[in-house]
Design a protein around this ligand. Sequence first.
Ligand SMILES: Nc1ncnc2c1ncn2[C@@H]1O[C@H](COP(=O)(O)OP(=O)(O)OP(=O)(O)O)[C@@H](O)[C@H]1O
Ligand SMILES: C=C(C)CCOP(=O)(O)O
Length: 258
Amino acid sequence: MAGASSGDLTILKLGGSVITDKDAPETVDDAALDSVVSAIADSESVAGEGDAANLIIVHGGGSFGHVHAAEHGVSTTEGTHDLEAVTAIHGAMKRLNGVVIDRLQAAGVPAVPVHPLSAVARDADAELSLPTGAVDGLRTEGFVPVLHGDVIAHAGQGVTVLSGDELVTGLAERLGASRVGLCSTVPGVLDSDGDVIDAITDFESVAAALGDSESTDVSGGMAGKVRELLALSGQARIFGPDGVGPFLAGDAPGTLID
Ligand SMILES: Nc1ncnc2c1ncn2[C@@H]1O[C@H](COP(=O)(O)OP(=O)(O)OP(=O)(O)O)[C@@H](O)[C@H]1O
Ligand SMILES: C=C(C)CCOP(=O)(O)O
């Protein structure tokens, strides 16, 4: 897309639950990944050569990061100094990122990896230091940066998990994204009858319906996701795999979090 400015920026998260088989360790869900990759490749968010890209992709951990994090007792709040844990969790996320990058590139998307462990950190109050120069520079040069949930330095705790959802909101705030979308396995946030909620503006009114992930997850499942997105100053949407194409085309699938 010619001359994209930061005002056009879209940040899309591909849930780990979507692109992996969350119940089989380190297993990619090939059909699901190929389907969301096609929707991205078919969208106008991918720049022509020499133009700025208006898309940043983040993906979650699924059966790669979460399984190793749970095995080592590491979460977004529980840290570790164990080198083996850091290596296992980060290594698994890099392997998943490599698969995502390969599929995107094969579909014609100029995707490049960005690994948070190398640049992101939390201070003792859990405030994120999240430099955006590399991500924004790559995007401006026409590449689509693909980041992922990871382990990052956490003052006094060793490393803790940085969820893809935190990355999405952190990048959206710092880069002024105009559209933020999270693709999960569900068509949106569901109420206690199983129907998609149109819009959520406060946590308490939906808290009773919000649960953890159905699989191993160290970052809070749907409840964590809604909390994270409510803290964002702009709007965001949560939708299922079928919503990726419509979302990138400017439609409004799933649940609005505002
Ligand atoms: N009220 C609800 N509405 C929708 N999903 C819910 C609800 N309560 C719990 N869930 C569960 O939350 C899951 C989504 O959270 P999960 O952490 O698995 O998301 P993800 O972002 O797709 O994956 P990952 O965290 O690995 O990136 C859904 O698949 C569903 O099982
Ligand atoms: C478990 C790890 C390392 C990544 C967590 O990212 P998420 O799946 O977006 O919560």
